[in-house]
Design a protein around this ligand. Structure first.
Ligand code: NAP
Length: 250
């Protein structure tokens, strides 16, 4: 947010990869300030990690990213915009492995497309190292499949070898679990973002097409099952390391 800090950060920088903080009330201002600082510093290539269907006004964090995209388009900078679908998030799997329940804060029958973060970073790396091939492009980054929560639960069950029930939680409960109960401006904004997600994803599927990602990766995108298997193997390995450690201490 601080132009002086950004000016210093941009000194000698040729390429910028910008990803805004999640559900932050100043996400729009931060994005625009980073773009302005990059332009002033003569940055050669600006890569913005946006979101799939940034044009969706009903989703607060999409509307913000759409505005940042527009600011970037108008900046005169050489740019690439990445529009990833919902992330397959390692942090969201740990509670599922520990508690044996898969929770989602929207209607369980609605479909979503997902993207593996490793696939996303492979694309980001390739775009940044071959700027000349990707300048001026906007890419939708979507993995294979369109899953309901029930189908995601079945995949997790098959990997864990036991039934994993799915449960819908409301946005306010999810907000308390994620961010606590503070009454700050930041907290109010987070609640607005999460309530909008619950409303939109409960009334509309959030889906895309894997063609662009497959082409960019030059391989098939990671599936949700492959992602869960990798996370579960790491979780089990961590458990056995901890058990060994406890035995050694005992
Ligand atoms: N999650 C998804 O499914 C998804 C899908 C598409 C697009 N996106 C977008 O991708 C972005 C990241 O989402 P995420 O789910 O990966 O979020 P996340 O896990 O919460 O990560 C947010 C990152 O932002 C950093 N951050 C937070 N406040 C900051 C601040 N004031 N200044 C600088 N950095 C700050 C955090 O740093 P610390 O680790 O130091 O706190 C963290 O590294 C968001 O813009 C989100 O809308 C997310």
């Amino acid at each position: 947010m601080d132009p002086a800090v950004l000016r210093k950060a941009m000194m000698g920088v040729e390429k910028v990869y910008h990803i805004g903080p999640t559900a932050h009330p100043k996400e729009r201002e931060m994005g625009c300030a980073v773009i302005d600082a990059a332009r002033e510093a003569g940055v050669k290539h600006f890569v913005f990690s946006s979101v799939l269907h940034a044009i969706t006004t009903a989703l607060v964090q999409h509307e913000i990213k759409r505005d940042v995209e527009e600011h970037l388009l108008s900046s005169g900078l050489e740019f690439t915009i990445l529009q990833p679908s919902n992330f397959m998030l390692p942090i969201k799997m740990r509670p599922v492995f520990l508690e044996g329940v898969f929770r989602l804060s929207w209607s369980l029958g609605r479909r979503q497309s997902l993207v593996d973060i490793g696939d996303l970073t492979d694309v980001a790396f390739s775009v940044l190292t071959h700027s000349e091939l990707h300048a001026g492009a906007t890419y939708e980054l979507v993995g294979r499949g369109r899953y309901t929560a029930y189908e995601l639960g079945e995949i997790i069950s098959s990997v864990m070898g036991r039934p994993i029930p799915v449960e819908e939680i409301d946005a306010d409960k999810y907000h308390r679990a994620l961010f606590g109960t503070a009454e700050s401006e930041k907290s109010q904004h987070q609640l607005k973002v999460l309530r909008a997600i619950t409303a939109r994803y409960s009334s509309n599927d959030f889906i895309g097409n894997p063609n662009v990602l497959t082409w960019l990766l030059n391989r098939q995108p990671t599936t949700f099952k492959e992602f869960v298997q990798k996370q579960y193997d790491a979780f089990l390995a961590q458990g056995s390391i901890l058990a060994e450690g406890c035995k050694a201490i005992a």
